[in-house]
Design a protein around this ligand. Structure first.
Ligand SMILES: C[S@@+](CC[C@H](N)C(=O)[O-])C[C@H]1O[C@@H](n2cnc3c(N)ncnc32)[C@H](O)[C@@H]1O
Length: 408
């Protein structure tokens, strides 16, 4: 979309066209486009309106019903922070004393909207003209939030010494410009030296701000964590989405942490929760009755020790994030299983177990083991009326299989 086409889409005719579209239906889109063109609408405007309709439908999973009053770009939607996580960013800045935030590289404005909703005054900029225009539209419902096209490098931020209530937020683009995939989306990069705005500028701006946060890839390396900051890996419904570095007033617990988020809850696990955990690994002949599997954000943050401590158990293998314990404990950020059996990994022995227990429906999980679950399923030939969950993993350095029953 060009800036001129965006302006037309926001004008009387374009806005009315967009508002008149029925709920998006991929199968009906071609016929609808034909009809609208036959009704005299300009083909470019029809294409732009139908693209918005398609993106709004896709955006529902991130923004719920609010998606239908927002605008998007393909890349902007892909990179936008989902509502539940953006709300956590907003609360963190606000609870750290910020009343005003500069969002430098705001994309379509998903984080910026959450900041505005939390009552923060928002100045948002984006280097891309269309993206900034889309953000400007998405921030219109908020009196105290504005977006414009500008470079982060050009924004004058009030002197941080005087403005203790000013925060800086950055979510640098992790895309390689000009390199697109089959859907026309630019390819992701995980390299710090390819961030835009640059990693040097990000660090300079954050270090100088009273309160700052920067959203990075979940693959951010522990060794790169700047001293005094808090690196926080966040998962949503089990998928690790980001690592945010919190600076200065927002760095409440310097070091590594994890936030495990679902629609029902958000739990934070801190580095100090992991301190003093038993560093031993388990033995197959001494497997306890319960097994706990840490959320991936906890594992990515390198905090499996917090689970070891919490359940007073032993990890199956160093850093694998799976802990066996004789105790049944409530850990909202871990999955829990009863251990039914545990044997060294051996296809023949496993096939006998599956046959003897008349297992027909088999869930195969793997963690830190080199097996192909579908190939293993074919080798095991499950047949019978019973269900089973098996985990192929490493116990004390050797491949093993655990037969499990999931617990609530
Ligand atoms: C990952 S997106 C931001 C997404 C946003 N947090 C959201 O939730 O919608 C990063 C944005 O930074 C913008 N950008 C890249 N370099 C920039 C720069 N030097 N100044 C301002 N914006 C920049 C890109 O155009 C892109 O839209």
């Amino acid at each position: 979309m060009t800036p001129a086409l965006l302006a037309r889409l926001l004008s009387g005719e374009g806005a009315a066209l967009l508002a008149s579209l029925p709920p998006y239906d991929e199968a009906a889109a071609f016929t609808l486009a034909d009809r609208l063109r036959a009704d005299g609408f300009d083909p470019d405007l029809v294409a732009a309106a139908l693209t918005q309709s398609r993106l709004r439908a896709r955006a529902e999973r991130k923004f719920g019903a609010a998606a239908h009053s927002m605008l998007f770009t393909v890349d902007g939607l892909e990179q936008a922070t989902r509502r539940q996580i953006a709300q956590l960013h907003a609360r963190r800045l606000s609870d750290s004393g910020a009343r005003q935030v500069f969002d430098l590289g705001c994309g379509v404005g998903a984080d910026a909207r959450a900041f505005a909703t939390a009552g923060l005054r928002v100045t948002a900029v984006d280097a891309d003209e269309v993206t900034a225009g889309v953000a400007e539209f998405n921030l219109r419902p908020f009196e105290h939030a504005r977006a414009r096209c500008d470079l982060a490098e050009n924004v004058a931020i009030p002197d941080q010494q005087l403005a203790r209530d000013v925060a800086v937020w950055l979510d640098p683009a992790r895309r390689t410009p000009g390199v697109s995939d089959m859907q026309g989306r630019t390819r992701r990069t995980f390299r710090l030296d390819q961030l835009a705005p640059s990693w040097d500028l990000v660090r300079e701006l954050c270090a100088g701000a009273a309160t700052a946060g920067v959203k990075l890839s979940p693959s951010f390396a522990h060794a790169q964590i700047p001293p005094g900051t808090q690196a926080q890996w966040t998962s949503y419904e089990g998928e690790v989405l980001e690592c945010v570095l919190w600076w200065n007033n927002a760095a409440w617990d310097a070091g590594r942490s994890a936030v495990v988020v679902s629609d029902q809850f958000a739990y934070e696990v801190l580095e100090r929760d992991a301190a003093g955990a038993n560093p031993e690994t388990a033995r197959l002949d001494r497997m306890h009755g319960y097994l706990y599997e840490a959320d991936r954000a906890v594992i990515r943050a390198g905090l499996s020790g917090a689970l070891v401590r919490r359940v007073d158990g032993v990890e199956l293998d160093t850093g694998v994030g799976i802990v066996t314990s004789p105790r049944e404990v409530l850990v909202p950020w871990a999955k829990k299983y009863a251990v039914i059996d545990a044997i060294p990994f051996n296809v023949k022995a496993l096939r006998s177990w599956v046959r003897d227990h008349r297992i027909g429906r088999l869930t195969i999980k793997k963690k830190g083991a080199s097996v192909d679950p579908e190939q293993l399923r074919r080798q095991l030939r499950p047949r019978g009326d019973n269900d089973a969950t098996i985990l192929v993993t490493r116990v004390g350095g050797a491949q093993a299989v655990l037969m499990l029953s999931p617990l609530r």
